[in-house]
Design a protein around this ligand. Structure first.
Ligand code: BEZ
Length: 212
């Protein structure tokens, strides 16, 4: 069955461009972005993997480790990484799983045969330090992903976990946030949101972003 938000993600051991990886050990206490792509030496994937390499500082700041996957083998990944580095002016700084036996692809339901035969589509999973699935998206093979959006979601999830706020439509870092509806006690609200809040409706309370 497909993984659902809130599920504990399955552990696995698989080969990668950086040697064999046991996923839980490799992830440790970090957040993880696990993303699949259809095949090595393909144009859209080449731009995506380069873009993710360039975002390393942003992922590091948020305590996030990144790991990619395709069903090609380690030798293919290594050759292709050379092309990514050359054409995208970067250095791939995260492992690419070599899922030739489709062990991980099947565990994480990354193959959508009615869209793309036996290859993995562009799935993205955000996994928290407790190994809970917090976001899953599947993009078509022809659409390169917006990794700024993935970082935006990580920021939103971390704000919720750390400050008990949610984020409204089209929220960007620095915009006002929504106080989660479970917080009702006025004393607690005063303590948690010293910058104050605006009650638009009893169920819609806006506050400046707490960590700014
Ligand atoms: C690409 O990465 O360019 C790609 C891969 C599979 C299907 C379509 C595009």
């Amino acid at each position: 069955m497909a993984l659902r938000l809130g599920d504990t993600v399955p552990d696995f051991t698989q080969a990668s461009s950086e040697g064999e990886i046991n996923f839980y050990e490799w992830a440790g206490d970090s957040w993880v972005v696990l993303f699949s792509h259809p095949a090595d030496y393909t144009p859209v994937c080449t731009t995506e993997l380069g873009t993710v390499a360039k975002l390393k500082l942003e992922f590091d700041k948020r305590g996030v480790k990144v790991i990619a996957l395709s069903v090609d083998d380690v030798e293919s990944h290594k050759g292709w990484i050379g092309d990514i580095n050359e054409t995208q002016s970067t250095t791939v700084n995260y492992p690419i799983l070599a899922d030739g036996d489709k062990k991980v692809s099947e565990l994480y339901d990354m193959i959508h045969p009615n869209s793309l035969n036996s290859l993995t589509v562009r799935t993205v999973f955000i996994i928290d330090p407790h190994k809970k699935l917090r976001l899953s998206i599947a993009y078509p093979a022809s659409t390169g992903r917006n990794f700024d959006e993935i970082i935006r979601v990580i920021d939103s999830l971390q704000l919720t976990d750390n400050h008990q706020v949610a984020t409204p439509a089209n929220w960007k870092d620095g915009d006002d946030c929504v106080i989660v509806h479970s917080l009702k006690d006025p004393e607690v609200l005063k303590e948690k949101f010293p910058q104050g809040y605006t009650e638009v409706k009893p169920y819609l309370r806006m506050t400046p972003q707490p960590n700014k």
